[in-house]
Design a protein around this ligand. Structure first.
Ligand code: NAD
Length: 212
C-alpha cells in the first residue's frame, strides 16, 4: 500500500468511501478476495473511471486481470477515515433524534462509539438510553477528560446549539457533529460537521421535479 496524503483526497471521494466499505465488507464476508473496478462500479452504480480515480486515492494499486485486493482496500479506506481506531463521542440532547442515534448500532462499524449522554432536563438525568445513563451537562468536562472523548454529537434545539457547543468546546471537545439547524460560531481549530436531512430532501425534491 502506498502512503496517501490525506489532504489531496477530494470530498466527493470521501463521501463515497462508506459505500465502498459496506460493499467491500459484504464481499469479504462472502469470501471474495479480489474485485475489479468495473464490478465495484456496477454494484455502486458509478462510472468505472470514477471508481478507478477513487481507488487511486486510497493508494491501493490494482493488479491486471484480478483488480483490487478486497482486504487491502478495506484497511486503506478505514485507515484513511480513521475508522480503524475507535472514536468516543458524547451525545448532548437525549430527545427524539438523540435517542434514535444512540439506538443505531451501525456506528460501531464506523469506529464511532457513543459512550456518554447529556441533557439539561432534570427529569431525564439518571434515566438510561441504549444502556447509557443520561448525565447532567455540568458533568461534561469531567467525563470528557476521564473517558478521553473528542467528539460531541449535538442534538439539542437550534436555540440552544451555540451555547451548548461553546460549553462543549470549553469542556475539551475537539469536534462537533451538529444536527441542530443552526450554524455554529466556534474558535479556529474546532472541527464542525453539520448534518441536515432537509438538504437531502431538497435534493430529492429538485431531482424529482427535474425528472417530471
Ligand atoms: P427533542 O426536543 O426531542 O430533543 C431535544 C433534547 O435536547 C431534549 O431532551 C432537551 O431536554 C435537550 N436540551 C435542550 N436544551 C438543552 C441544553 N441547553 N443542553 C442540553 N440538552 C438540552 O428534539 P429532537 O426532535 O430530538 O431534535 C433535536 C435537534 O435536532 C433539533 O435542533 C432539531 O431541529 C434537530 N433535527 C435535525 C435533523 C437533521 O436532519 N439534522 C433531523 C431532526 C431533528
Amino acid at each position: 500500500m502506498n502512503s496517501v496524503e490525506p489532504n489531496v483526497i477530494p470530498f466527493p471521494t470521501i463521501r463515497r468511501f462508506p459505500a465502498y466499505l459496506r460493499l467491500l465488507k459484504d464481499l469479504a464476508g462472502n469470501g471474495k478476495e479480489w474485485i475489479s473496478a468495473t464490478t465495484l462500479a456496477e454494484d455502486l452504480k458509478l462510472k468505472p473511471i470514477q471508481v478507478r480515480k477513487d481507488m487511486a486515492c486510497t493508494g491501493v494499486e490494482g493488479k491486471p486481470k484480478v483488480g483490487f485486493q478486497v482486504s487491502e482496500l478495506i484497511l486503506a479506506i478505514e485507515h484513511y477515515l480513521g475508522w480503524d481506531d475507535t472514536t468516543y463521542a458524547a451525545l448532548i440532547g437525549a430527545g427524539n433524534l438523540g435517542s434514535a442515534l444512540i439506538g443505531y448500532k451501525g456506528f460501531v462499524d464506523n469506529g464511532l462509539r457513543i459512550i456518554a449522554i447529556f441533557d439539561k432536563d432534570r427529569r431525564k438525568v439518571g434515566r438510561q438510553v441504549g444502556g447509557i445513563v443520561i448525565s447532567q451537562l455540568e458533568d461534561l468536562a469531567e467525563t470528557v477528560k476521564e473517558l478521553k472523548i473528542h467528539i460531541a454529537i449535538l442534538t439539542v434545539p437550534a436555540e440552544a446549539a451555540q451555547s451548548v457547543a461553546e460549553y462543549a468546546v470549553a469542556s475539551g471537545i475537539k469536534g462537533i457533529w451538529n444536527f441542530a439547524p443552526k450554524s455554529l460560531n466556534l474558535p479556529d481549530g474546532v472541527v464542525i460537521q453539520k448534518t441536515d436531512l432537509a438538504t437531502s430532501f431538497a435534493e430529492l425534491s429538485a431531482k424529482l421535479k427535474a425528472s417530471e
